[in-house]
Design a protein around this ligand. Structure first.
Ligand SMILES: [Fe+2]
Length: 220
């Protein structure tokens, strides 16, 4: 157990409420990604410390969006190259915020790498394979799944089965194959009815700015 980190849940709540004031969709999204990430971690047989770390890091994974302009956060549709670079800066901004908390050294590193791709084509560092923190690899799958299945103001979310298929198609490229294989066998993610119930219980309905392919590094 990590009792000192558990006590910090109140602080985390304050921090994500600040983000909510800027971008309400991201907070709802972060709650769901935290739940999904913890479920995947449990299913993979991780220890309690890992569940807690992945849960907290998932809550905070997009906190760096406080440093992204409203215009880019709220822009519907495709982002231009420079806009995409600003959007992608959120993982480093989040890292820079969280690393100031001594207890969050590991959490900040997980947040820094949540958009790395298993094949090395992600950002900000272009890490590949197991060089990417395990918790970041879990969050990458949960994040993409929630982004695809959630309704947005400008489009309906994808059925859970289709989103799970899309993630499987990118196993070994964008996503860690070991995480994907556990994720694919979890009933919560493979049956839309089960997922719908999960969403209703979570009382969340929509999500903002995330795309499956937003993890591709933008080159100069
Ligand atoms: Fe993100």
């Amino acid at each position: 157990m990590l009792p000192e980190i558990v006590k910090l849940h109140e602080l985390i709540d304050i921090v994500i409420t600040i983000l909510d004031a800027r971008d309400p969709y991201t907070q709802e999204h972060s709650f769901r990604v935290a739940e999904y990430s913890e479920l995947i971690s449990e299913n993979m047989g991780s220890d309690t410390d890992t569940h807690q770390r992945v849960h907290i890091a998932a809550h905070l994974h997009d906190i760096g969006k406080v440093g992204v302009s409203d215009y880019i956060l709220n822009k519907p549709g495709k982002l231009a190259k420079e806009e995409m670079k600003e959007m992608q800066s959120h993982s480093r901004i989040g890292y820079n915020i969280l690393k100031r908390i001594p207890m969050f050294q590991e959490i900040s590193r997980i947040v820094l790498h949540h958009h790395e791709r298993f094949d090395g084509g992600g950002y900000p560092k272009g890490l590949s394979g197991e060089a990417i923190p395990f918790e970041s690899r879990i969050i990458a799958v949960a994040d993409a799944f929630d982004a695809m299945t959630s309704d947005r103001p400008y489009r309906k979310g994808m059925p859970a089965e289709d989103a799970a298929d899309e993630i499987s198609r990118h196993s070994g490229a964008q996503f860690c194959p070991s995480v994907v294989s556990h994720f694919s066998n979890m009933p919560q993610f493979s049956h839309s009815n089960a997922l719908r119930t999960f969403h209703e219980n979570a009382l969340f309905s929509s999500v903002g700015h995330e795309y499956l392919m937003h993890s591709e590094m933008v080159h100069n």
